[in-house]
Design a protein around this ligand. Structure first.
Ligand code: ATP
Length: 222
């Protein structure tokens, strides 16, 4: 079973708490086959049938993971937050079985650092990242905010009054604020790509990208 789905580009999701469940749901919705693993029998029984493959097993048990064919997968997500020992041992096991691309949820900075040390390439801190994101939304005019590791951000925001009714080239958005407007949405219409000749009007929403500080400064303009 696992061999077949492993070769098909499936993903192993270990730990079926709130994070693991919504991750597995989204993967399956996108057509990705999921091998969902949790050591809590009751939880596995409650979730039976939700994904194509769900198994009760202890992910820190290398032999059990090998038997399930976990090593045939190129991607795995460790969605165990509060049990540090289990999350780190699981990372060891996945590395030992040769899973190339490992993602892991971390609750704290130190958990993230330890997981990185044992070879987890991608550390996700959902509470921390969501907290930062919501802070930006609460503070200003932004309606959505995504920040990347290298200090780059993309936001959905209301346009500053200063740029309304002129083309982006005339408004000098790049020159004056060092940001790029990549999309414009007028009421009742879909987002369209912005070009230098696009005009932003009152009531429009815009997607802005650039260095985080510059995007924030731009979005703070009334
Ligand atoms: P949430 O995503 O709900 O915030 P959490 O970060 O609090 O979850 P935990 O509750 O620590 O994470 O663990 C999530 C799931 O991982 C639980 O369902 C738990 O049974 C499972 N889990 C913990 N240890 C192991 C293990 N060794 N093997 C497999 N699953 C495990």
């Amino acid at each position: 079973m696992a061999k077949r789905i492993g070769r098909g580009g499936g993903v192993v999701v270990i730990g079926l708490g709130r994070f693991g469940k919504s991750l597995a749901d989204e993967l399956e919705r996108d057509g990705v086959e999921v091998l969902a693993i949790d050591n809590d029998l009751k939880r596995v029984q409650d979730l039976a049938g939700r994904w194509t493959h769900i198994v009760q097993a202890d992910a820190t048990d290398a032999q059990a993971m090998e038997q399930l064919g976990v090593g045939e997968f190129s991607k795995a997500v460790i969605a165990i937050g509060h049990n540090l020992e289990a999350s780190v041992l699981t990372a060891f096991v996945l590395r030992k079985l040769g899973v190339a691309d490992i993602w892991a949820k971390a609750i704290t900075t130190s958990q993230g650092e330890i997981l990185s040390q044992v070879g987890v390439a991608h550390i996700v801190r959902p509470e921390h990242q969501m907290g930062k994101r919501v802070a930006h939304l609460v503070r200003g005019r932004m309606l959505d905010y995504i920040e990347f590791d290298d200090g780059y951000a993309i936001v959905k925001t209301k346009p500053p009054r200063d740029i309304l009714g002129r083309t982006l080239a005339e408004a000098g958005v790049r020159q004056r604020w060092g940001v790029t407007i990549v999309g414009i949405k007028s009421e009742g219409r879909d987002f369209s790509y912005a070009t230098p000749t696009s005009v932003v009007n009152e009531g429009d929403l815009i997607i802005v990208s650039g260095e985080r500080r510059k995007v924030e400064a731009f979005s703070d303009q009334e």
